[in-house]
Design a binder for this molecule. Structure first.
Ligand code: THU
Length: 126
């Protein structure tokens, strides 16, 4: 858990946030203990920006990982994942612990299930 949180905090330094100036770092841990980081990457065409959580997860998938057991997100003020990221976290990770952090460490712990009650997912499509 500490390694995951430290990675999320470190990833704040990779953030590209010239428009909002709200830097976000994230890290996801695979079931076999690999930790992959992500950061928010903003664009002058604002909707094209990508959140830190989705950067971490999409990077992990691109690197060949598909099973995840925890995620950490770090901001200056302990912000929680946005709605779009909650949906993506649920889809790719299921119900896992989410460590919400500030720049100094853990702010509080929650779960992806708590963050996204009554999710829409593949179970509704079969
Ligand atoms: N942001 C994230 O990276 N993750 C979230 O869950 C919330 C928002 C980013 C998007 C944008 O670059 C900045 O924070 C301000 O919204």
């Amino acid at each position: 858990m500490n390694e995951l949180i430290n990675k999320a905090i470190q990833m704040i330094d990779r953030s590209r946030a010239p428009y909002s100036n709200y830097k976000v770092g994230a890290a996801v841990e695979t079931v076999d203990g690999n930790i992959i980081g992500g950061c928010n990457v903003e664009n002058a065409s604002y909707p094209l920006s990508n959140c830190a959580e989705r950067t971490a997860l999409f990077t992990a998938v691109a690197e060949g990982y598909s099973q995840f057991k925890a995620m950490a997100v770090s901001t200056e003020n302990g912000g929680a994942p946005c709605g779009a990221c909650r949906q993506v976290i649920w889809e790719l990770c299921g119900d896992i612990p989410i460590y919400i952090c500030n720049e100094n460490g853990l702010d509080h712990e929650t779960t992806s299930g708590t963050l996204l009650p009554e999710p829409f997912d593949e179970s509704k499509l079969t």
